[in-house]
Design a protein around this ligand. Structure first.
Ligand code: AMP
Ligand code: MG
Length: 267
């Protein structure tokens, strides 16, 4: 299996160059699900070590166009984790209290503690995406945020929070299919929002905003992964594999006991 494309810091990157329906070299759904299952097994062990080691946290950021599969990824990939060591935070339209603070305030509060895996369903990137597309703040305000975000993420990284960012890349055609599905399937009706249709008309502007965010904020300490996401099984396998690789790079270990356990006798 190939890996998700990592946007190279400081290099030119075109979102259009990544095919949303790429199969990452996987032959079919069955193969992808088998690989995912093996990686989830590995992830469980790594999560246990992350917790025991207690030096690092892992922060997974999920961003996508509407229907891009953020919820599905959380269901399929994070369900393999121990819920005691994992927290998912969904970022919605900021509340009145949140709007009274800087845009990173609510984000920082949700950053996982040492030993934990935190998953962001949307994130501070909304503040250079929806906020930019809808001109909610002047251009000079959102333009400064790329630098601010890089510095914020660098601070987190230097304090043990390892950051993995995933852009779940779907095609406009696949979005149409998924939106129709939300109308057709009674169990999905609740997910349909007319707002999604308004956003769909702004597809091109969102793609531009995503491309800039990926270019400007893929850093050695917090790289952006572009995940072909038209096929859900490709998406899930790629996200899980990137998480396994990130945790393996940390050289996690179980702490040495503080006393000589061989001398202890339990009666
Ligand atoms: P959903 O993820 O479908 O529940 O929708 C959440 C909505 O909140 C989306 O339309 C986001 O664009 C919006 N949202 C999230 N963060 C922000 C933000 N910082 N500013 C404005 N809208 C936001
Ligand atoms: Mg929605």
């Amino acid at each position: 299996m190939k890996h998700a494309t990592i946007v190279k810091p400081g290099k030119r990157f075109r979102l259009g160059a990544v095919d949303p329906s790429d199969d990452a070299g996987l032959s079919d759904k069955a193969e992808a699900r088998a690989i995912l299952a093996a990686d989830l097994e590995r992830l469980r062990v790594l999560q246990h070590m992350l917790y025991a080691d207690n030096r690092y946290a892992l922060l997974v950021v999920l961003q996508a166009m509407d229907t891009g599969g953020k919820d599905g990824t959380i269901r399929h990939v994070m369900s393999g984790l121990n819920p005691a060591g994992c927290a998912v935070t969904s970022f919605k339209v900021p509340s009145e209290e949140e709007r009274d603070h800087d845009y990173l305030w609510r984000i920082h509060q949700a950053v996982p503690a040492r030993g934990m895996i935190g998953v962001f369903n949307r994130s501070h990137y909304e503040d250079v995406l929806v906020v930019r597309v809808h001109k909610m703040v002047p251009a000079d305000v959102w333009k400064r945020r790329y630098r601010q975000i890089n510095e914020f993420e660098r601070m987190l990284d230097e304090n043990g929070v390892k950051i993995l960012k995933f852009f779940l890349h779907i095609s406009k055609k696949e979005q149409a299919k998924r939106l129709r599905d939300r109308i057709r399937d009674k169990s999905k009706n609740w997910k349909f929002s007319e707002g999604d249709l308004r956003e769909r008309r702004l597809w091109g502007r969102y793609q531009d905003a995503f491309q800039d965010a990926l270019r400007r904020c893929s850093t050695p300490w917090a790289p952006w992964h572009v995940v072909p996401a038209d096929r859900k099984w490709v998406r899930d396998a790629l996200v899980a594999r990137a998480m396994v690789r990130a945790l393996e790079r940390l050289d996690l270990r179980y702490p040495k006991p503080k006393t000589d356990l061989s001398s202890i006798v339990i009666r």
